[in-house]
Design a protein. Structure first.
Length: 348
């Protein structure tokens, strides 16, 4: 498994990262431990989680994903073998169970989040601590346009960085990153860090897949290249749509059928369904599964430092990791771009 250094940090991670948001909802603790064991066996040393997980979020299960990872770390004794990333939730009044729905990126909330994550993870430090979504108003999670009418109180980037800097000095976290961010956000985090002598973000964790290429079409790829911020691409299979299992059987068991359609409606848009059909045909016409095409394409992108993959079975996890060795021909890559030109970013 290839390794890459994240940003300007000293974190050397595998090009594939194990995503864990199914742990505690779709996967039991035993399942989680089996996935973690197998991932390390295959050379993956990078694990991503969040205080919010598992999904879909609920008061009853919140924090279980970190707990399952923590029990595995204690049982396996392999803390030193992994780069562990987790995230602090941003403001969301609907998630009242996370600090009464008032979580934000200030000292009180970040410190509370770090302390509880450390306890659940049964570790003394977090290698990469990320802001799950911005404090400020920004279009994310399926929103396609910035709306100034939705402006809200937010925490200044400088204040957030100062809190994170204190936690770094205390040894509780090592490096920091952002998630679901824009070009303006990345630039502002870098600017404030350099102007005020505060810690610099090493990573950005953003949506990126065949149906959602906004990271490149918005030129975030240039911003991150010039500022040396590494992309951790999440949802490379578009909640399973790009496996074509729902295309083949609309009632297939998975996140898009066991959760309410309101949970992630962007992956049910007509444009997504049409794109999935075309990508699936392209894959099968070239002797690949749709999963192999979607992941091999994401793995091959020059600006993707590490791709976050998730699975509910070891068979799925095996296929996802094996796709790293699939090489796409120039003709297939051109065909992918042709589909994208006809159906640009329907899943964004």
């Amino acid at each position: 498994m290839q390794k890459i250094t994240l940003g300007r940090s000293d974190l050397k991670v595998s090009k594939i990262c194990l995503g864990t948001m199914t742990f505690g909802q779709q996967n039991t603790e035993a399942d989680a431990h089996a996935q973690l064991d197998y991932a390390l066996e295959r050379g993956i040393n990078f694990i991503d989680t969040a205080e919010l997980y598992p999904v879909m979020p609920s008061a009853a299960t919140q924090g279980d994903t970190e707990r399952f990872i923590g029990s595995w770390l204690k049982k396996s004794g392999r803390r030193a073998d992994v780069v562990l990333a987790t995230k602090v939730a941003g403001p969301n009044p609907y998630m009242h169970w996370i600090r009464k729905g008032k979580s934000n990126h200030n000292a009180v909330n970040i410190r509370a989040a770090v302390e509880t994550s450390l306890q659940r993870l049964q570790t003394d430090y977090i290698d990469l601590y990320q802001l799950h979504w911005p404090s400020r108003n920004v279009p994310i999670f399926g929103a396609s346009q910035f709306d100034p009418e939705k402006e809200r109180h937010s925490i200044a980037v400088e204040e957030t960085l100062a809190v994170l800097g204190g936690l770094i000095k205390e040894g509780k976290i090592r490096h920091i990153g952002v998630s679901n961010e824009s070009s303006w956000g990345v630039a502002e985090f870098v600017k404030q860090a350099e102007m005020k002598g505060l810690p610099r973000i090493a990573t950005i964790q953003n949506l990126y897949n065949l149906t959602a290429r906004h990271f490149e079409t918005s030129f975030l790829d240039e911003t991150c290249f010039r500022e040396q911020v590494s992309l951790m691409a999440y949802s490379p299979l578009a909640f399973g749509q790009l496996t074509a299992k729902y295309h083949d059987d609309p009632k297939a068991h998975g996140r898009l059928t066991i959760f309410p359609p309101t949970w992630s409606p962007r992956y049910l848009r007509p444009g997504v369904l049409e794109a999935v059909a075309q990508y699936a045909k392209l894959a099968r016409d070239n002797g690949m599964t749709p999963t192999q095409l979607a992941l091999a394409w994401c793995y091959s992108r020059w600006f993707v430092a590490s791709t976050i993959i998730g699975a509910t079975t070891l068979a799925q996890l095996t296929e996802n990791i094996d796709a790293f060795d699939v090489r796409l021909s120039p003709e297939v890559m051109a065909a992918v771009d042709a589909i994208h030109a006809k159906l640009p970013n329907p899943g964004q």
